[in-house]
Design a protein around this ligand. Sequence first.
Ligand code: NAP
Length: 492
Amino acid sequence: MSTKNESTLDILRGVPTGVFINGGWRDAETNATFQVHDPATGQTIADVADATPADGLEALDASVAAQKGWAATAPRDRAELLRAAFDAVIARTDDFAALMTLEMGKPLAEARGEVAYGAEFLRWFSEETVRISGRYATAPDGKTRLLVHKRPVGPCLFITPWNFPLAMATRKIAPAIAAGCTMTIKPAKLTPLTTLLLAHVLDEVGLPPGVLNVLPTSNAEAVTGPLIADPRLRKLSFTGSTDIGKRLLADSAQSVLRTSMELGGNAPFVVFADADVDAAVAGAMTAKMRNMGEACTAANRFIVHRSLATEFATKLADTMAKLTLGPGNETGVEVGPLIDQQSRDKVHELVEDARRAGATVLTGGHQLDRDGYFYAPTVLFDVPEDARILREEVFGPVAPVITFEDEAEAIRLANDTEYGLVAYVFTRDTARTLRLSEELETGMLGINVGVVSNPAAPFGGVKQSGLGREGGIEGIEEYLDTRYVGISDPYS
Ligand code: NAP
């Protein structure tokens, strides 16, 4: 047995591979399994239970049965449970990080960063649990009294992507627990193991049976479709591509299901003439290269003032060219593999399209000749406006640079997309910062920073980047219904 296999076995020790329904682990109804791979080698690392539609309905039954009792628990008890879950995840940082690196490919340092970020949703929402409040008011006529209070939405379905296997799960699970909702989660088939370990930890800290159910499956639509169509389900929260999000919205319309949609992005990264170029390059490295560019928040279009475009692009290319690529668990590795062959082919296709359209490749532009799905960090200069890479989410380590002459043109270029998740701006002009915060069509804006994600802030997009917000004081509202009670004049 190779050292690699031994270390893989070590990482997988204690990680469940079944379906988790009503507080118990078991095989799928048909005993079927599907394989999970290490994107750094392409090798199989685990066989995971392949949930069926019958398993799905059993999970929904369990969450429906648990809903009433769970909603009636004391907020303080739910808060303490979330806090215990935060402590438990942090205590197992190395386990979660190694597992995420193994199934998703990100370098260990980034995986540890995701554990800190993902766990923070558990702590943040433990603190929000005891702050759910309402109001009591006298109506304008001076007679009727208005009582407004918040109720948990009810049983939820969560569908999550593979790029942030822990954080995309906790960003939904934590506010749902806080609000008193029960839930079923279907993790991405490429990275189900992290969610399974999280469920194990939540079970260990005392989450009651049925509150959280997990359905790994290779057949997403067949398993989640019947749940979305079931009138007992009250909420769908989805993170993934805009195409699938649109389909799920259409399905949800049949029963007017409440939905939260965290969809794709095409983030502009705008550098004004007054910016500190070195700070902008450092910010660009974070905004582009975090998670190998496989992030909905990844900067996709670098829109740089003509006066410093060459300096910016050259420095960015030099910095990108020095990055160390390799399996994420190796010391010194800064860039891991892409998730699979299909993703890597798509990245290369967009690079080739830009090259054919006249863009100059300053660095990269090719895949690596080694096992795993590695793609060289790439900078494209003078990319024509009609190149596909400026319209489509590249989801890889490729930075296309285009130029602008004045603020109006920068805003036009930044807004020239159907997406509106996040924008990044580098400038030292405060008045411009305020103007842009009003003019840019985006749910989030980073000023002189390359990362905006923060559990204490409302994460989410406008336009085709989605509906709803996760995190912040807004995040729990996605799991609460507002109930109004009209009360007759108490003095009459
Ligand atoms: P995806 O293909 O849309 O898949 C996301 C999830 O949906 C996976 O669990 C997938 O299951 C499931 N799914 C696919 N087809 C389905 C169907 N017909 N019915 C029900 N579920 C279905 O997206 P991805 O490739 O995993 O993730 C990348 C995308 O997510 C990018 O567009 C990125 O921008 C977006 N994203 C957005 C945010 C945000 O907060 N806005 C955060 C992270 C990622 P399988 O795994 O079985 O295919």
